[in-house]
Design a protein around this ligand. Structure first.
Ligand SMILES: Cc1ncc(COP(=O)(O)O)c(C=O)c1O
Length: 361
């Protein structure tokens, strides 16, 4: 707010107001870079996770066109990646969509077999947004390096709860979004390792080292830096809180619903602390969503970006879950604003809803 009111200079202008704006953006860039474990010049500020994914994928393949036209991804990516890969296919690229096991993890062996001499890019999410499952990113990155293949990871959902240091990971490109850590919507970043060339997707001014033309979203960038700062100051506390709520939700569901009436979709160990995807096979997803909404509880059927559609999630389908689990899955997520009482109430309400629906005439 203060930035929007008090600093109206354009960071690219050379007058005093512009120089002040440039200092503000540079200061925020330093904070973001320090939090993400990279150099300030390795960051490109974007309009969010989707734009970061698009810039990484299209920018990387265009810059490596002479090596080949084969890309590897997974069947459970966010649509920002999946739809970009489908667009690549329309443009004549070949894309391998790696399968996942029933916990949502890829098998490194499948990746090894998919690699070809003309593979230019592997794009694989750090952690899944619908089920929370974390991929073996380090092993994937090391394999990519051995074969001189660029490695992009979408870390949008992992940021905040996972200790991400770009320079310590075998990655070339990493996507981030501010709103996943309580920062403003519509701003994000792409980490581009020094030495990796990207072809720009937007053409115009020279901003962001000619990798993303357009005047910077100054208020958004400052908000992103502030959110990261708060996250690193209170990260351990937040993580503990998220883990407690996760355990509490499972315990309370066992009490109010009964363990035999629900099933967790995802990995028990390699998982984010703030997402649980649970099927209640007796009730369809839509019915449960509607009933919980009437109780003032906001949950989802899958990704927020596609929650308007009644289609079964591509992520759960790829995990080959039984039909009853596919049709009754609910995605729970929680954050700083949630309390233990919220979790207890949620489990109680689910118990009541199930009981009511069971006793329906
Ligand atoms: C894994 C993942 N990638 C990309 C995105 C898109 O990010 P944005 O909403 O900032 O465009 C999301 C958003 O939920 C996400 O969860």
């Amino acid at each position: 707010m203060n930035i929007m009111k008090g600093q109206y200079g354009n960071p690219s202008s050379i007058h005093a107001f512009g120089r002040e704006a440039k200092r503000t953006v540079s200061g925020a860039r330093d904070v973001v870079a320090a939090s993400l474990g990279c150099n300030p010049d390795e960051l490109v500020f974007t309009g969010g996770g989707t734009e970061s994914d698009n810039l990484a994928i299209f920018g990387a393949v265009a810059a490596r066109a002479e090596k080949g036209k084969h890309v590897i991804t997974t069947a459970i990516e966010h649509h920002a990646v999946l739809h970009s890969c489908q667009e690549l296919e329309r443009q004549g690229y070949e894309v391998t969509y790696l399968p996942v096991d029933e916990s949502g993890r890829i098998r490194v062996e499948d990746l090894r077999e998919a690699i070809r001499p003309d593979t230019v890019l592997i794009t694989m999410m750090y952690a899944n947004n619908e089920i929370g499952t974390i991929q073996p990113i380090r092993e994937v990155g090391e394999l990519a390096r051995q074969h001189d293949i660029l490695f992009h990871t979408d870390a949008v959902q992992a940021l905040g709860s996972q200790p991400i240091s770009c320079k310590d990971l075998p990655v070339d490109l990493v996507s981030f979004s501010a709103h996943k850590i309580n920062g403003p919507q519509g701003v994000g970043a792409l980490y581009v390792r020094r030495g990796v060339t990207l072809e720009a997707r937007s053409h115009g001014g020279l901003q962001e080292r000619q990798r993303r033309a357009g005047t910077e979203n100054m208020a958004g960038i400052v908000g992103f830096a502030e959110a990261l700062k708060l996250n690193s100051e209170q990260g351990a506390e937040h993580l503990q809180h998220a883990l407690e709520l996760r355990k509490l939700l499972l315990d309370q569901l066992a009490v109010h619903v009964g363990e035999e009436h629900f099933h967790v979709n995802g990995h028990a160990e390699h998982t984010l602390p703030n997402i649980l995807n649970i099927s209640f096979p007796e009730v369809s997803t839509e019915t449960m969503l509607m009933n919980l909404d009437m109780e003032g509880i906001a949950v989802a059927s899958g990704s927020a970006c596609t929650s308007g559609s009644l289609e079964v999630s591509h992520v759960l389908k790829a995990m080959n879950l039984p039909k009853a689990f596919l049709q009754s899955a609910i995605r729970f997520s929680w954050g700083l604003g949630n309390t233990t009482q919220d979790i207890i109430t949620t489990a109680e309400k689910i118990g009541t809803i199930l009981e009511r629906l069971r006793n329906r005439p």
